[in-house]
Design a protein around this ligand. Structure first.
Ligand code: FMN
Length: 366
């Protein structure tokens, strides 16, 4: 099987990507005080040079005091942070690749006492982090509007820095996903109720980001069924509900949908062989990015369950699915942490030379 489908140029809105491979967003916790690590430009450029057409940055905390929930994550708030991001963007562009900034708010994952302002609680739709745990601040309508404005301001900052676009992090049980999920959104205003109504917050953010940036700047959203609070959770448990949800998101014209799954080859529902990104593309016609265990024989949850290693897995099925255009781009996570040259090695049939993944590649920064 040739890997041609992976290495074909792809035009995403106005952006010509050199191939269909993206680096998945991966938090690295190497950015004290919100300023990207001094080696971040070479870290990202190394993956671009290694054959990746689109870099999606690690989660970048939006400029609200409640957005952070983990140590040493980057943001856009200081002049120093923005100047480091400029270097990163330039380094990636110099390799002929494109780069999106992933904008992130952790919602109720934030615990009291965390920096930068320990007294700031986690912000959530209804105070819940999962079905039974009411621990966080329930956002007022003013809080919601302020948050939407901050996303829009940060989108503009990203465009000014030189990013080609943003990916709004709406996945994995963080703030936007807490609005999507019925267990954490119990509101009775127009941000709660049916799944379509629970998608309103995301739609308002996409609209605001688009309105505050130029037409050539891309604005997309990542979403997932699974949550870190519950790996088996689903916001939509059948194709009809998924359609209603995605068509609501589509109303605000996102430029792409990044459909986060743990194993890209799994059909989302029994009713179709398509995976989540395949269904999302079929339902909305919007370009989609798929993800999940590319090149590896274990999914990434194993990493957090104490299983340190994952072996090589061939990508025949990925090639077939890309050749059939089931989805448009594929994001690669851990395989790129262990081997920045993964894409070039696949292209040149050097799979025997791919560096195997283990946990030390998460702990170290290269
Ligand atoms: C160390 C690490 C950090 C991650 N950080 C983020 C993040 O900041 N934002 C996000 O949306 N997903 C994050 N993820 C999930 C990845 O983007 C990706 O969806 C997941 O690793 C599955 O891809 P893989 O099997 O190719 O690794 C992270 C994953 C890992 C392993």
């Amino acid at each position: 099987m040739s890997s041609n489908a992976l290495f074909k140029e792809f035009t995403l809105k106005n952006l010509v990507l050199k191939n269909r491979l993206a680096m998945a967003p991966m938090t690295r916790n190497f950015s004290p005080n919100g300023v990207p690590h001094k080696d971040a430009a070479s870290y990202y450029a190394r993956r671009a040079e290694g054959g990746i057409g689109l870099i999606i940055t690690e989660g970048v905390e939006i400029s609200h005091d409640s957005s952070s929930g983990y140590p040493n994550c980057p943001n856009l708030r200081s002049k120093e942070a923005r100047s480091e991001w400029k270097k990163i963007v330039k380094a990636v562009h110099d390799e002929g690749s494109s780069i999106f900034c992933q904008l992130w708010h952790v919602g109720g994952i934030r615990k009291p006492g965390m920096p930068p302002n320990p007294e700031i609680p986690g912000y959530t739709p209804s105070g819940f982090v999962n079905a039974n745990k009411k621990v966080a601040h329930e956002m007022s309508l003013t809080d919601i509007q302020d948050m939407i404005n901050i996303y829009a301001d940060d989108a503009k900052i990203c465009e000014d820095i030189g990013f080609d676009g943003i990916e709004i992090h709406g996945a994995h049980g963080y703030l936007i996903d807490q609005f999507f999920w019925k267990d954490t959104n119990k509101r009775d205003d127009h941000y709660g109720g049916s799944l379509v109504k629970r998608a309103q917050f995301a739609c308002d953010i996409i609209d605001a980001c688009k309105n505050n940036t130029s037409d050539k700047f891309l604005v997309g959203i990542r979403f997932s069924q699974w949550k870190q609070q519950d790996y088996d959770a689903k916001i939509a448990d059948n194709e009809k509900t998924l359609s209603e949800f995605l068509l609501k998101l589509a109303d605000s014209n996102p430029d792409f949908l990044h459909c986060s799954t743990r194993r890209y080859w799994e059909p989302e529902f029994k009713s179709s062989h398509l995976n989540l990104a395949g269904l999302a593309k079929k339902i909305t016609g919007i370009p989609t990015i798929s993800v999940g265990s590319v090149g590896l024989n274990k999914d990434f949850i194993n990493l957090y369950a104490g299983d340190d290693e994952a072996g090589f897995a061939n990508i025949d099925e990925l090639e077939q699915r890309l050749a059939m255009n089931e989805f448009d781009l594929i994001a690669i996570g851990r395989a790129l942490l262990s081997d920045p040259n993964w894409a070039n090695k696949i292209k040149n049939n050097q799979t025997d030379k791919i560096q195997q993944f283990n946990k030390t590649f998460v702990e170290n920064y290269y």
